[in-house]
Unconditional design. Structure first.
Length: 300
């Protein structure tokens, strides 16, 4: 099972779009995929469930907020698998063997983040706290349960910041993927994000040794929302895409162009763009190529 955290410090960069479509395309190839929404904005969740259905059927008992409540309780942490959902519209379009599941999010994750920090003794990392390892390993331990053994890929949609909840996602992950728009603000935090991940890995492994340590690999940057002219991406986009050369970070060859019509209505259809019938073939081809490159990089 391959576990990947999808994260960028900047919001509005196509993070959720990449997560949903990457997961959907992998499932369309016959793989079993689990999406985990750790972003309090719940955009990934609302890509598959309308807000009124979420409020009625999921909000109070079937989101990851309730699971994190068990993590923070004095009782043993509850299993995660009861919170796994199977969105019907997307799965109806998958071939036999393919499956796309979701653990939904909740706005209340903002408070969970504060509660985890308090359990560690404050807003900063408290390496000496006896709760340090169990809290940071909570999601990793949950995903190690036998109920998740049948999944091929787990994609974790993280919030656009380095919160305590985000840290649990990274500790659980083997890979880090960063979607980014080709603009100044979206590329500005890439190097800082890498340094924060390195800091987390160093601190966690220092406390964990001689037990199991972590070493999430940075898959690279996926440029999204590319604006095209006749000869390819516009010059402004090209300039910011070249900026990553100075950072010496890996960059996916495949990019994803902007298409507000297709991506903007995905939530209304309850389908990721790559699964929408009779949609823009060029965009869908890019999403499929991205999935192929993702598989190649995670298998290295």
């Amino acid at each position: 099972m391959s576990i990947t955290s999808v994260i960028n410090y900047k919001g509005g960069v196509g993070k959720t779009t990449v997560t949903a479509n990457l997961g959907a395309e992998l499932a369309a190839r016959g793989r079993r995929v689990l999406l985990i929404d750790l972003d309090p904005q719940a955009s990934l969740t609302f890509s598959f469930y309308p807000a009124d259905e979420w409020e009625k059927d999921l909000a109070y008992e079937k989101t990851i907020l309730q699971w994190y409540g068990s993590v923070l309780s004095d009782e043993p942490t509850g299993p995660l698998h009861p919170y796994v959902l199977t969105p019907e519209p997307a799965n109806a379009l998958l071939p036999e063997g393919g499956r796309l599941d979701l653990v939904a999010s909740h706005l209340g994750l903002v408070d969970v983040d504060l509660d985890i920090a308090a359990a560690l003794g404050g807003s900063r990392f408290q390496h000496g706290s006896p709760h340090f390892l169990p809290l940071h390993r909570a999601l990793a331990d949950a995903l190690a349960a036998e109920e998740f053994a049948g999944y091929d890929d787990v994609l974790i949609d993280c919030a656009p910041n380095f919160t305590m909840v985000t840290r649990t996602g990274i500790v659980a992950s083997e890979h880090i993927l960063t979607p980014a728009r080709p603009d100044y603000l979206s590329t500005l935090g890439i190097d800082y994000l890498r340094s924060k991940v390195s800091e987390l890995v160093r601190d966690f492994n220092r406390v964990a040794a001689p037990g199991p340590t972590i070493d999430p690999q940075y898959l690279g940057v996926v440029f999204t929302m590319i604006q095209y002219a006749a000869g390819g991406p516009i010059n402004a986009s090209r300039n910011y895409m070249k900026f990553t050369d100075s950072l010496e970070v890996p960059v996916f060859r495949q990019t994803v162009r902007e298409n507000k019509t297709l991506f903007g209505t995905a939530g209304e259809r309850r389908l990721p763009a790559v699964l929408v019938p009779n949609a823009n073939e060029t965009v869908q081809h890019e999403l499929r190529q991205l999935a192929s490159e993702f598989l190649a990089r995670t298998r290295l």
